[in-house]
Structures are given as C-alpha cells and as structure tokens.
Write a protein that binds this ligand. Structure first.
Ligand SMILES: Cc1cc2nc3c(=O)[nH]c(=O)nc-3n(C[C@H](O)[C@H](O)[C@H](O)COP(=O)(O)O)c2cc1C
Length: 232
C-alpha cells in the first residue's frame, strides 16, 4: 500500500490550487492501477499550528526529540504522516511572490529538525520521498519570469528536494481569482482576458497537475531513491 498526500496551501478549498491538487490525486491513483494507493488531500487552513518556535528540542544533545519537531499542535501528526508517506504534492497560491504563510510555517517545522548545525553541514538523512510542487498565480508567465518569484519558489523546492526527493513542479498562470470580477476593485485585470485565457489554458494546467501526480505515484512505487535536488 502506497500513500500519497496532496497538501493544499490555499485557504480556499475549491480554489485553483485545490482543483489542481485534486487532479494530481486523480493522476496518482491512475498511475499504477494494480498497486493499492491511498491518495488524500489535506487542507492546511483547517489545522491550527505555528511555524518553528525555536525551542531547539530537535537539536538538544541526547534529547528525546533530537531530529524531530517537539511542538505538539495540529502539525505534529501531519508531520508524522508526511514522513511515513510515499509521495507528496504540495500546492500553493502565490502570495506576494512566494508560498502562503501557512505553507511557510509547515516547511519550517518539516525542515528545521533535519538541519544540523555541524561544520560539514550534513543534515540528518531522511527517507526518500518524491515531492512535487504546484503553484497558481494571478500574473502571466511573462511577469512571473521577470519577477523574483521563481527564485523564492526554487529555494523551497531545493531545500525539500535535498532532504527528501524532487519529482517536478508545474505552474498555473493568470488564474481566475473571483467568481465575479464586477464585484471587486480589480481594474488591473480584464475579466474578459482572464476568461479567454482560462478557457484556453485551464485544461492544460489540469493535465500538467494530473501528470505530476502520476509521476509521483510512479516514483513512489520504484525501489530506487528519488533524485535529491529541485531544478527550475
Ligand atoms: C494575499 C494575496 C497575495 C497574492 N499575491 C500574489 C502575487 O504576488 N502574485 C500573483 O501572481 N498572485 C498573487 N495573488 C493571487 C493568487 O495567487 C491567485 O489568485 C491564486 O490562483 C489563488 O489560488 P486559490 O484559488 O487556490 O486560492 C495573491 C492573492 C492573495 C489573496
């Protein structure tokens, strides 16, 4: 039995990110029909937790929590589930050119216990878990490429990739943010352009998410470890 999780870093449960994550899970389930795969979406904004609290219990010499996060909140059991999983797809809307705050807090708690303050900078080796990343954002691909956003996202992907394994990423640009643009101050955008862009591109975005899920499940079913580092 293989377990794949899709982590929804958006507060919206039916938004762009959630819809693409669901496609990724469909892809994961389709990957190996003969394998038994559990595929579940977890909505981070349903959980109550903080980022790293800098308690250093994970670094205390001989401590019971050495190498593990000692904070007992809703993330405690989620971290355990992720670390015992066989593949993870993380989805985030872009907020101020980066991942959302909730996902940032999860990454701190996931990564800091394995970050060792040793001179040779070797961390604590983890089980190889393929991680895939998907992002949705308002801006067009051209804007995105000219911004600092690719570098911000790449940093997280390489930190996760180095500790666990990297399976790829996909992006949905120029997303539809509101159901009715007429109700909100948003004359920066043309609803007509957004609508025609979505018609043309959303099926491809869904396909890319499906394929990412498919790939993660395929990697999860192999015996070899996943390549460590994220490349943009
Ligand atoms: C607080 C906030 C900040 C945002 N910042 C950006 C941004 O910097 N760049 C961008 O392209 N979109 C930005 N957006 C738009 C969202 O990334 C975009 O609408 C996304 O597809 C929403 O995903 P969701 O439907 O899953 O919530 C922002 C939205 C919010 C609410």
């Amino acid at each position: 039995m293989k377990t794949i999780y899709a982590i929804n870093g958006s507060p919206r449960k039916k938004g762009n990110t959630a819809q693409l994550l669901d496609q990724a899970l469909v892809g994961a389930k389709a990957s190996f029909p003969e394998e038994e795969i559990t595929a579940e979406r977890i909505d981070l904004y349903d959980l109550h937790y903080t980022g790293c609290r800098s308690c250093f219990a994970c670094k205390r010499k001989g401590g019971a929590s050495y190498g593990k996060c000692a904070v007992r909140d809703d993330l405690h059991s989620l971290l355990e589930r992720l670390l015992n999983s066989d593949g993870v797809i993380v989805g985030s809307p872009v907020y101020f050119q980066n991942i959302t705050g909730q996902l940032h807090a999860l990454y701190e708690r996931l990564l800091f216990p394995y970050t060792v303050y040793s001179a040779d900078r070797t961390g604590i080796p983890q089980k190889s878990i393929p991680f895939g990343f998907l992002y949705t954002m308002n801006v067009t691909e051209e804007w995105f490429k000219q911004s600092q956003c690719p570098a911000f996202l790449q940093l997280w992907e390489s930190l996760i990739g180095r500790n666990f394994g990297y399976a790829g990423h996909c992006f949905a640009f120029n997303t539809y943010q509101f159901h009715d643009y007429g109700k909100y101050v948003s004359d920066l955008f043309s609803e007509m352009d957004k609508s025609s862009y979505r018609k043309a591109h959303w099926p491809q975005d869904c396909r890319a998410a499906y394929e990412l899920g498919w790939k993660i499940a395929a990697l999860a079913c192999r015996e070899e470890p996943v390549a460590p580092c994220g490349q943009s």
